[in-house]
Write a protein of this length. Structure first.
Length: 275
């Protein structure tokens, strides 16, 4: 396989596993939620900026993650997400592996106290915990990238609620992503376009606190280039309490649309605790 064909396929790791989403329900003082999870993402194709599907490599990525929300004041909580990824590109028997910490995300969420429905504003920053230029300057772009390797900022607004007299609920989040050129280490010589963000979830409590949900998210670049990724995912989710504040969580996500990104499948399993 030529270097030209391998280059976009090294970006398969850039569709990061879906984060936990606080939604518009901000935690109060002393309330907390902590989740440990393991996610598997697999793909055998990459869709470039022109819409061409590039194959010839199998990508496998495992991500272990810690996510937390802590209420610090009335209507205000802090969030943190810390992942570690092990990703492999397999070119028909020649495997290249990257294993390191990924993109940490830190956020503060605030719900307006004078509104009587669930809503929130959230400011979020992405902090790469790696140098995207390593290992070995990508050695012909064979190694999978853990992430883009630069700092981003996001601003979200969210609103939702439940349907009175039913077990149904839902919420929508809309956001804006600013892509900076601040890189960790040497970084890579690339620039990225800002993007529009959306996330939606609808669900229902089906039995003794067990919740089934449907999720959809999209990242849409505001300009076309050869670097900025865009994608949309859809899939189901499950939340099952087991007692003592503990719960099992599972999800699956499929990628019906992508640009400069992989089209693959992700499954996740986690254990959470809340109070």
């Amino acid at each position: 396989m030529t270097r030209g064909r391998r280059a976009p396929l090294a970006l398969l790791a850039l569709l990061a596993p879906g984060l936990a989403w606080a939604g518009p329900w901000t935690r109060g003082p002393g309330q907390a939620y902590v989740k440990v999870s393991e996610s598997l993402y697999t793909a055998d194709a990459f869709q470039d900026a022109s819409g061409r599907v590039v194959g010839g490599v199998d990508y496998t990525g495992w991500t272990s993650a810690l996510y937390a929300e802590v209420g610090v004041a009335r209507g205000l909580h802090l969030q943190a997400f810390l992942p570690h990824s092990v990703a492999t590109n397999d070119f028909g028997g020649a495997a290249f592996r990257s294993a390191r910490l990924g993109d940490a995300r830190l956020a503060a969420q605030w719900s307006l106290p004078w509104l009587d429905f669930p809503q929130a504003v959230r400011a979020e920053v992405k902090l790469p915990l790696y140098d995207a230029a390593e290992p070995g300057g990508l050695q012909g772009a064979s190694f999978p990238l853990i992430g883009d390797g630069q700092v981003d900022g996001r601003l979200w607004i969210s609103a939702g609620g439940s349907l009175p007299g039913t077990p149904l609920y839902g919420f929508v989040e809309l956001g804006y992503e600013h892509r900076t050129e601040w890189a960790v280490g040497d970084g890579l010589d690339r620039r990225f376009a800002d993007g529009a963000l959306a996330f939606a979830q609808v669900g229902a409590t089906v039995w003794r606190g067990v919740v089934l949900a449907a999720n959809a998210q999209a990242v849409v670049p505001l300009a076309e280039d050869a670097s900025t990724k865009g994608y949309a995912t859809v899939g189901p989710g499950l939340f099952a309490p087991v007692g003592g504040g503990l719960a099992l969580e599972a999800s699956a996500d499929f990628t019906p649309w992508a640009r400069n990104s992989a089209r693959g499948t992700q499954v996740s399993l986690g254990v959470s605790w809340s109070r």
